[in-house]
Design a protein around this ligand. Sequence first.
Ligand SMILES: Cc1cc2nc3c(=O)[nH]c(=O)nc-3n(C[C@H](O)[C@H](O)[C@H](O)COP(=O)(O)OP(=O)(O)OC[C@H]3O[C@@H](n4cnc5c(N)ncnc54)[C@H](O)[C@@H]3O)c2cc1C
Length: 294
Amino acid sequence: MHGLKTILFDSLSEVGGQPQLLYPFKQITDIPTYDSIKASELINKLKHNLTNETKIITNHKVEQVEKKSDGFIIDNDFFTRSIIIATGAGAFKPKELPLKMDQNISKKVHYFIKNPQDFANQTVGIFGGGDSALDLALELAKVANIKVIHRRDQFRGLESSVNQLKSLKNVELLTPYLPKTIELSDNQLQIGLKQMGTTQMRTEHFDQIIVAYGFRANNRFVKKWGINLKGTNVAVNSTMETNVAGIYAVGDVATYPGRVPLIALGFGEAQIAITTIMRRLFPEKTLTIHSTSI
Ligand SMILES: Cc1cc2nc3c(=O)[nH]c(=O)nc-3n(C[C@H](O)[C@H](O)[C@H](O)COP(=O)(O)OP(=O)(O)OC[C@H]3O[C@@H](n4cnc5c(N)ncnc54)[C@H](O)[C@@H]3O)c2cc1C
């Protein structure tokens, strides 16, 4: 809108952050103007809004920021006048299934899913007991046979989701089991499950599995750039600027008194940061704040 050119880096293979990766099927009910919107659809709409002035670079974890007199050099390669940190809880890496596996097996083991149709009419194992595992199970149960494997009898996720899953004929909840072995047999995954607290093993076969054990993430890397952290977040002032002039933080990574980790706040904070950047870069310009001026 202000004619700035932007580069958007994401450490993962796709953009969209937590909504896209952790809860793509959730109906979000607190985005202004929508009664409810599926998380993946919200991300699609946000991507659709981008113009050609935004270059997206995925699979790139920003590691290094070097301050110059007129801007910053990112990872020795990209010069920018300003930086907005929007790293949420940090570059997240999925907690992996702790079993040795070769490439052929790995191809059938997933940590994110893009399209439920990739699993249609298959037997799918979902490992985990939190909301992500349960939401995935509910969504994929629409197209596939599901077995949810959790190491405890109690699920951490919503009881209503567990009850919903229990009512479905094509869903089996296997607890308390821990995966111990993984092999490929007749193009299916053959997984040995140990019953917790016993020595008993059972074998299950799956076409593909999804591991929903959660993610590890942290924002400590920004300390190398001279940014002050408050706890695990980046402290900002009321213009979203960090302690380093020209570097801003918005979204869940940012902290100030009273902040709550919600999407709508991030939208507003981005507007504040961008307006501040424009005023700083072009002090002589009369800034049009609204998308159109009448
Ligand atoms: C299960 C669940 C349900 C939720 N439900 C709601 C809800 O209903 N309504 C609501 O408003 N909020 C909800 N939230 C919270 C909401 O998802 C967050 O507030 C929001 O995602 C924060 O957005 P963000 O852009 O700040 O960070 P994130 O969504 O975490 O995105 C950060 C992005 O930065 C990338 N990144 C991190 N470090 C680097 C690096 N060094 N280099 C490059 N890229 C990097 C990450 O890969 C990621 O894509 C929910 C959260 C969870 C976990």
